[in-house]
Design a protein around this ligand. Structure first.
Ligand code: MN
Length: 504
């Protein structure tokens, strides 16, 4: 059975506290969603601002293959704004729960019903496809909800949506009211679930199993408060979990990771590392038992193959590591220690792990080279000197001294800020030697306060297009940035060198 994916990243997702997008940014996300294969996009809420109307109009005019929808309250002004934005499809809503009627709208149930009917009739009279939501449906009196849905269906609504506006439903109750809505209307039913109790995707799946044929979802689950049902989780659950019925969507799952990254970057909200499907750790392994299993057959500790969602698995060594995982990582660099050497390397890694240190590829290779007595795989780029000056009325300026394979190099440069100046100075040196470029730079604060820890992630690329990422955590933004870049440089240069060694 084909399930329709209605993406509301650009409407409910944009209502996430702290997110505000320009029309161009919204259009770029809309194009990305269309490529991903969503069936419909809720592009925005045209009546709220001139910029929003413009953004929705740009998206509506783009000629995307998916449907483009706009949000409208149950009144003529909002519906007219949707028409002005060039839409032929609206999502109109009015609250139906007593708490919303009494404290927000200050109208009776009968008045709300009348407004709902009027809005649907008006939308149809303007030639629109109309999807109707009874806001706060899951806290609405069940009999009244059935009545509202029945009446708007008679008034000509094309689709019905059940919003779990404050994430208050359970999967069991969602199943019940989905059946109610289908029986009352005989129309296609959507569900719109929020994640206040972490049940958004479970509730959405329950609605689908009870006959709903569409879910409102967002990329990375962004949305008001705790967010909405996440598109990637919902789609992959339908695709991969053992339900009694087969469900399909039009989503090209191998684009999910890329889309998640794209949206995260534009909206400025990082995905938590342990997030399902798209989090950094979703396909990462450190524990020895797990890496051993993974190396024998990935399905021992991965429910699905990472390639299915456009990702790669990664292994890391640390205090939980085992010999198999470590040897597999060294093997990627063409290093094959003896059993005794492997044990010695692992012991050193565990000592570092017990000190609370993260062991990167470069450190692993450096330890391995010590034990194997090979000079060739020493840490090849070393930071031997560094200073930066910044202030008001002066250009930020950095001095960097690196030792690369025993030779000293000095680089100096200006920048828009101290980090930029330092990175420019490093690139001045490396550009001469190996044409390594810094492609991405990300900075996040981990804890609060002015002595907060910061986390820097960078991606470097060499002339052959090899990519390597590196991460560093520290208290000083500039020093931590420089460390991350040096680590990235080491990784990419080591990778290249060891590849060449394997070939020769
Ligand atoms: Mn919502």
């Amino acid at each position: 059975m084909k399930i329709r994916i209605f993406d509301t990243t650009l409407r409910d997702g944009e209502q996430t506290p702290g997110i505000s997008l320009s029309p161009d940014q919204k259009l770029s996300i809309a194009k990305k969603l269309d490529e991903l294969g969503v069936d419909a996009i809720e592009a925005g809420f045209p009546v709220i601002s001139d910029g929003e109307l413009k953004a929705v109009k740009m998206i509506a005019d783009e000629g995307l293959s998916c449907d483009v929808c706009g949000l409208a309250r149950a009144n003529k002004k909002d519906i007219d704004a949707a028409v002005d934005a060039g839409l032929n499809y609206i999502h109109t809503f009015i609250a139906t729960s007593d708490i919303h009627l009494e404290y927000k709208l200050k109208i009776t149930r009968d008045q709300a019903l009348a407004k709902a009917i009027e809005a649907v009739e008006y939308g149809k009279s303007r030639g629109l496809q109309v999807e109707f939501s009874a806001e706060d449906a899951t806290r609405t009196d069940r009999e009244f909800l059935k009545k509202v849905f029945g009446e708007v269906a008679k008034a000509g609504a094309d689709r019905i949506d059940i919003p779990d506006t404050v994430g208050y439903s359970t999967p069991e109750y969602m199943a019940e009211i989905t059946k109610d809505a289908i029986n009352a209307t005989n129309l296609p039913v959507s569900i719109h679930c929020h994640n206040d109790f972490g049940l958004a995707v479970a509730n959405a799946l329950s609605g689908i199993r009870s006959g709903a044929q569409c879910a409102h979802v967002t990329i990375n689950g962004i949305g008001e408060r705790a967010g909405n049902a996440s598109l990637e989780e919902f789609v992959m659950a339908l695709k991969c979990l053992p339900y009694d019925q087969k469900y399909e969507t039009g989503i090209k799952s191998e684009l999910l990771y890329d889309t998640s990254k794209f949206v995260s970057k534009i909206v400025g909200i990082q995905v938590q590392p342990n997030k399902a499907i798209v989090g950094d750790n979703a396909f990462g392994h450190e524990s020895g038992i797990h890496t051993h299993g993974i190396l024998n057959n990935p399905l021992t500790y991965e429910p699905i193959s990472p390639e299915l969602v456009g990702r790669k698995r990664w292994l890391q060594v640390g205090k939980h590591a085992g010999i198999h995982g470590m040897n597999a990582m060294l093997g990627e660099y063409g290093i094959k220690p003896t059993d005794e050497q492997a044990k010695q390397i692992l012991d050193k890694i565990k000592i570092l792990g017990d000190q609370g240190k993260q062991v990167t590829d470069v450190e692993l290779l450096s330890i391995a080279s010590d034990i194997l007595g090979e000079k060739g795989i020493k840490r090849i780029v070393q930071l031997t000197g560094f200073s930066v000056s910044t202030g008001i009325g002066t250009m930020p300026y950095a001095f960097i001294r690196l030792n690369i394979d025993g030779n000293d190099f000095v680089g100096t440069d200006y920048g828009v800020g101290p980090v930029d100046a330092a990175l420019n100075a490093i690139q001045k040196i490396t550009g001469k030697i190996s044409e390594v470029k810094i492609k991405d730079y990300g900075l996040a604060s981990i804890s609060g306060g002015s002595n907060a820890l910061c986390e820097v992630t960078i991606r470097v690329e060499d002339a052959q297009g090899n990519n390597v990422s590196a991460k560093s955590v520290g208290e000083d933004i500039v020093t931590t940035s420089v460390r991350a870049v040096i680590d990235g440089l080491n990784r990419i240069m080591l990778k290249k060198m060891l590849k060449e060694r394997q070939l020769s």
